[in-house]
Design a protein around this ligand. Structure first.
Ligand SMILES: [Zn+2]
Length: 817
């Protein structure tokens, strides 16, 4: 019997790749007509009714809709006005072929909307459906490659505004409520469908013939007035730039944007209705150049998504990296020329390469393009390889094929796949036929295989850098590696990758390294005084150190202390101070720390006092409080904390004072309880106070109290505030206490799978990294290795997270001096 047949094949939870493929083959021409009745009370249910029209070209199996909510929330399912039988299982609604026909179908479903992705507060709500969360609200085919049109009607309390992707068609009053009817949208993916309703302020402006509306919640009128024109102008400028670059007019009907006070991301690119975090756009009066550039960048980024992501959308979520890289790539082109005072090359170098290497040098790294078997695991794709390596690779591609060919190819890609879906390989095919270069092979190496190349200097006369034996066979990393030579008397110094654009590790001889250190930032030298050159060399020296190519930890620490006073660039200073802290806590034995302590404390303290730049001063302060160990340094910290010592131009925020109190507590030299209590009493911000209350047990001098804190984290309700949990974990695993924290490692790993289910997408990575951050012993990393051995079938993504987290502790255990 057909009926029992498809019942036995209930699809798994989420959207599996097979389900995605089958639906893509058999269903098309989808149109949703959705009506929702939104009550004024945030706890009252939202009732909905929707009609899904679609074309079905095969009747050989049951139709599967996604609805990831309480099964009792489905009230009725009708086909062409007739009630039909359906089954609810594994977050799906399953309709047997009996209720359907080949060709055009029309299902009408009555339901109660799930609240999970509606972000309901007292006065407003907004949706956030990326990546597969539309199905938590209403039944649909929740996969990006089944693009559909949406016709939405929202009934909302009187006085509320309502916004969605489509233009407003009519606004009428009905029995004390206001009904907003939106026009049918262009075909869009389900994760891009959005609406918001509530009490919003509203400002309209037309810039260069383009009408735009901004909705917001901010009540500070002066703040709004100070920012609004610039926000409209930045959008108008970005959209015009993109129309010009792509030669495609803005592809959706209208353009609005909404600002929410604690939006989860910087922005979300819903077509025609971008959502932003309010604080990213409404800047304070004394906003820095960096804050202004960040605002221009997020606006350009979301605007670029209207073409890259919204008009042409990934076919499956494993290509999610592509839309993000495109958006950043375009945003950089749009925004950078307006900020000539910023060294964009250095920023790009330090923001991307070190973070990408941090994952790519580990045994747990992954390719940019990964396998994704089920949409419900889309969150596990995100990480440094997508955010940090992929942008580097995209820049390499443009450098390889040229700016002109890149633009032509992207234009063709957008035109070919407009209002449809495309894969990375579709773009590669377009480029490949325009150039004699083997772009498909280039993509195989850079995008489809993991890891970073390593180069060594060949011993032949006129030698150059050559790729070392690779972990993946038959792989040539096509990239130019520049070389600078300096000859001083008899010695020839060689510096690979002086422009900092090549990706990988470039082995460097010790004489060249020491020349670089001895002549650091030498005035008048066109190369050594160039910030990008210094950045590229520092990153490379660190990579060499981690691979055991020297110098040893003590020498490298001395090198860093020697060059710090010669560095005035804030980005490079921060980079150096980050390495200093790693060396100090992970790569030096207790004995060495004692030996170097006076010098490290003196250099950082002196520079903290001598530096004029307020930002750099803050960086030195943060480093000093992290590395301070002696009684003298403790006293300095304590005096800064209790204000008996004030350093000119060093303003300490409430956050700084709290973290000073924490550092004092961990050192345990004074009355810990009294310090924390005093800090608690003087903390004014109520959010910070409750956060402190949560974190304080993790700082306790009593091991039993710390154990109890850790024990409490086993309950999911105690892990809800993830940032607080991470604060607590980093205290438990502070290097000064790592010996007593060894016992938390195994239970933390045992919890990881549960954490992936209960936590936000970034939490498993952060949980694992923070857990191992303070450890640098073989004992600690052996626990992780044993755990992985005992779980041979452990999920691939989580296994990688563990391998990534123990990479640095493993190297530290090996290199510790
Ligand atoms: Zn984005």
């Amino acid at each position: 019997m057909g009926c029992t047949d498809h019942k036995s094949k209930v699809p798994e939870k989420g959207v599996s790749y097979q389900l995605n493929e089958r639906r893509k083959k058999t269903i098309d021409s989808i149109r949703y007509n959705i009506q929702l009745d939104i009550p004024g009370e945030k706890n009252e249910a939202i009732k909905g009714i929707e009609t899904i029209s679609f074309n079905l070209n095969a009747l050989d199996s049951a139709l599967v809709l996604d609805f990831n909510s309480d099964s009792t929330h489905i009230i009725s399912v009708q086909s062409e006005g007739e009630e039909i039988e359906f089954e609810v299982a594994n977050q799906h609604i399953i309709v047997g072929p009996g209720g359907l026909k080949k060709g055009h179908n029309k299902l009408t479903i009555g339901f109660i909307a799930g609240n999970l992705s509606l972000n309901r507060s007292e006065e407003y709500l907004y949706t956030l459906f990326v990546p597969d969360r539309a199905s938590t609200c209403f039944p649909l085919f929740d996969q990006p490659n089944l693009k559909a049109t949406y016709t939405l009607t929202l009934s909302v309390p009187d006085g509320w505004e309502a916004v969605s992707n489509g233009s407003l068609k009519s606004k009428t009053s009905r029995s004390g409520k206001c009904v907003f009817q939106f026009a049918e949208t262009k075909p869009i993916s389900s994760y891009l469908f959005a609406f918001a309703a509530g009490k919003f302020f509203k400002t309209e402006k037309t810039v260069k013939g383009r009408p735009m509306t901004m909705y917001y919640r901010e009540t500070d009128v002066a703040k709004v007035n100070r920012n609004k024109d610039e926000i409209f102008n930045l959008h108008a400028k970005s959209l015009s730039w993109l129309e010009d670059y792509t030669a495609i007019p803005y592809p959706f009907e209208k353009f609005d944007f909404l600002l929410f006070p604690s939006f989860q991301y910087g922005g979300m690119e819903h077509p025609g209705s971008i959502f932003y975090n309010e604080s990213a756009l409404f800047l304070d009066e004394n906003a820095s150049v960096n804050e202004k550039m960040a605002r221009a960048s997020v606006i350009a980024h979301e605007s670029a998504h209207m073409w890259f992501g919204d008009l042409v959308t990934m076919d499956w979520f494993n290509d999610v990296w592509l839309k993000e890289v495109f958006a950043n790539f375009m945003a950089a082109k749009i925004v950078h020329p307006s900020f000539p005072e910023i060294n964009h090359e250095l920023r790009f170098l330090l923001a991307h390469y070190p973070n990408a290497y941090e994952v790519d040098r580990t045994a747990g790294t992954n390719p940019i393009l990964q396998d994704l078997r089920n949409l419900k695991n889309a969150g596990t794709l995100y990480g440094a390889i997508i955010y940090m390596k992929a942008p580097i690779v995209m820049r390499q591609l443009e450098r390889k094929i040229g700016v002109k060919l890149m633009r032509e190819s992207l234009g063709e890609y957008l035109k070919n796949y407009a209002y449809r879906n495309a894969r990375w390989d579709d773009l590669i095919r377009i480029i490949d036929k325009k150039t004699p270069l083997d772009i498909a092979d280039w993509s195989r190496v850079w995008v489809k295989t993991p890891g970073m190349p390593e180069y060594a200097f060949s011993t032949e006369p006129n030698g150059k850098y050559i790729q070392k034996q690779d972990s993946v066979s038959n792989r040539t990393w096509q990239q130019p590696v520049g070389l600078k030579r300096i000859t001083i008397g008899q010695s020839h110094h060689k510096f690979a990758n002086p422009e900092g654009t090549a990706y990988g590790y470039f082995q460097m001889d010790s004489a060249s390294k020491s020349y670089f250190v001895m002549n650091y930032n030498k005035t008048g030298d066109s190369m050594l005084s160039k910030p990008v050159f210094r950045g590229a060399m520092l990153v490379n020296v660190w990579e060499g150190f981690l691979r055991g190519d020297g110098p040893d930890a003590g020498q490298l620490l001395k090198d860093v202390l020697r060059i710090l006073p010669k560095e005035k660039d804030p980005l490079l200073t921060d980079y150096l101070l980050g390495r200093l802290q790693s060396l100090w806590w992970s790569f030096l034995s207790d004995e060495s720390r004692k030996k170097y302590q006076p010098e490290v404390e003196k250099v950082t303290w002196d520079l903290l006092n001598a530096t004029k730049d307020k930002g750099i001063k803050k960086s030195y302060f943060r480093t000093f409080k992290r590395i301070a160990l002696s009684d003298d340094a403790y006293q300095k910290m304590e005096s800064l904390w209790n204000k008996t010592l004030v350093i000119e131009d060093l303003t300490l925020s409430e956050e700084d004072n709290i973290s000073l109190a924490y550092e004092l507590a961990i050192r345990g030299k004074g009355d810990v309880k009294a310090i924390l209590q005093t800090q608690m009493d003087s903390t004014k911000n109520p959010d910070r106070k409750t956060r402190m209350q949560f974190v304080i047990p993790s700082l306790s001098q009593s091991e039993a109290e710390r154990d109890a804190f850790f024990e409490s984290l086993k309950k999911p309700e105690n892990r809800e505030k993830e940032a607080w949990v991470l604060d607590g974990l980093s205290n438990l695993h502070h290097p000064l206490r790592s010996a007593s924290a060894i016992k938390y490692l195994r239970p933390s790993l045992d919890l990881l799978q549960e954490i992936q289910i209960t936590g936000d997408i970034f939490f498993p990575t952060r949980w694992t990294n923070t857990t191992f951050s303070g450890h640098s012993s073989a004992e600690a990393t052996d626990i992780a290795a044993k755990f992985l051995r005992e779980h041979p079938d452990y999920p691939y993504f989580l296994r990688n997270k563990v391998l990534q987290a123990i990479d640095m502790p493993q190297r530290a255990a090996r290199l510790k001096r």
